[in-house]
Ligand binder design. Sequence first.
Ligand code: GDP
Ligand code: MG
Length: 176
Amino acid sequence: MAELSFKVLMIGPAAVGKSSLIRRFVEDKFTLTYKFTIGVDFSTKTIEYAPEKIARVTIWDIGGQDRFKTLRRNFYEGTHGALIVFDLSRAQTFPKMKEWISDMYLILGERIPIVILGNKMDLISEIGEVIDKEEAQHFAEMMDSIYIETSAKSGDNVKKAFVELAKKIVNKAFNK
Ligand code: GDP
Ligand code: MG
């Protein structure tokens, strides 16, 4: 069987943990030092999205440029799906994350499969909940998406996030 190959975007406001989630998924590593992502970075990993079903995923990590920069259009082209991230420790990243979705759909001119991630779930026990989980879940349903809470620090649900997105991409491709 030919191996499937997907292009996946990791997008969302600054410092929510996009690069850290990719690093955790690809290298299984984490650091607390913040390194600003310059331009665009990408990495590849194979993923078993169902028993004995393998896909090669190229993950594109976007830097902190303004959302409307021309670069973004090139960056989005040919994308099969996206992980949209906000930060569970900073409430303002939730509405900002929504803007990232609408801007992406505007640029692409179509709706691609997305999974919404509330990252840094490890911080909830320290600082308490600043974002209502039900609201996040409800929003994801409205967007025909799913909501997953992750931690790049502990690794919780990171693989799951990529697997769920791959499943959505495959389902869309075969249910046309
Ligand atoms: P990006 O700008 O979205 O790519 O964010 P980074 O991946 O660079 O992460 C921003 C900061 O948040 C860094 O200091 C990370 O160490 C930290 N960080 C990222 N993910 C987590 C997480 O799951 N838990 C905690 N506690 N910190 C995180
Ligand atoms: Mg980054």
